[in-house]
Design a protein around this ligand. Structure first.
Ligand SMILES: Nc1ncnc2c1ncn2[C@@H]1O[C@H](COP(=O)(O)OP(=O)(O)OP(=O)(O)O)[C@@H](O)[C@H]1O
Length: 220
């Protein structure tokens, strides 16, 4: 599904260049659930941002089903992201003024689809994540785990082939984190959705199909 070849990423910090990724080579097969682990600052989030077309490598290629996605225009990349990739971050970035249902529908609204077109699917997803009784609650009226589950429903709304999750259980208690990871595993099994999950939790990464360990910007 994804082939990453010789990806480097450097950031210019004043006069100094800081190299964060130093030649990443990686293949991710369709339907895999991959955990990305490594020490703080190793480059995990940077790699995830590059896979999600949220950032560009300084050097190297990223092929998605053989297509060189880095060559797409900015707007084509945005469209690709919106249609094919779901994102789940540690801080779920829900919009506080909107209900759980409206937040879950947000990717469709961004694509100028009507709420009525996706509402049924969003309700079904929120049911799947155990929030059937919380559809009209705003984020401030939900627990941290419930908010994160809204973010999972939102990530799945457009039926993405790929979900990128950056420490999705990072700010949850163990029990809620385990349940959320189990939910992602279930979705992976049921729909064949590919997951790439950055996590610091060894117990969770042990349940992945494969663990990718990054150290100092290289896969070891
Ligand atoms: N936009 C940026 N400009 C400059 N430096 C950056 C930028 N983004 C990340 N870095 C640096 O790159 C390094 C890797 O960051 P990254 O967020 O990928 O690490 P990580 O492995 O995800 O760490 P953590 O587990 O703490 O989230 C860090 O030292 C960070 O300070």
């Amino acid at each position: 599904m994804i082939t990453v070849t010789d990806v480097h990423k450097s950031f210019l910090m004043g006069e100094r260049t800081m190299t964060v990724l130093q030649g990443i080579n990686l293949r991710i097969e369709r339907g895999e659930l991959v955990a990305v682990i490594g020490a703080s600052g190793a480059g995990k989030s940077t790699l995830l941002h590059i896979l999600g077309l949220l950032d560009r490598p300084t050097k190297g290629t990223v092929l998605f089903e053989g297509q060189d996605v880095l060559r797409l225009s900015e707007s084509a990349q945005a469209d690709f992201r919106n249609r094919r990739i779901g994102f789940i971050f540690q801080f779920h970035h829900l919009l506080p003024e909107f209900t759980a249902l409206e937040n879950a529908c947000m990717p469709a609204l961004i694509q100028r689809k009507r709420l009525t077109e996706v509402e049924d699917r969003a309700v079904a997803l929120l049911n799947d994540v155990g929030l059937g009784a919380r559809l009209h609650h705003k984020p401030g009226e939900l627990s941290g785990g419930e908010q994160q589950r809204v973010a999972v429903a939102r990530a799945l709304l457009m039926e993405p082939d790929l979900v990128l999750a950056d420490e999705p259980t990072g700010n949850l208690d163990t029990h809620t984190g385990d349940a959320l990871f189990g939910l992602m595993r279930d979705i992976n099994k049921a729909r064949g959705t590919t997951f790439v999950i950055v996590t610091h939790n060894d117990k969770l990464s042990a349940q992945a199909d494969r663990i990718i360990h990054i150290q100092d910007g290289l896969i070891i």
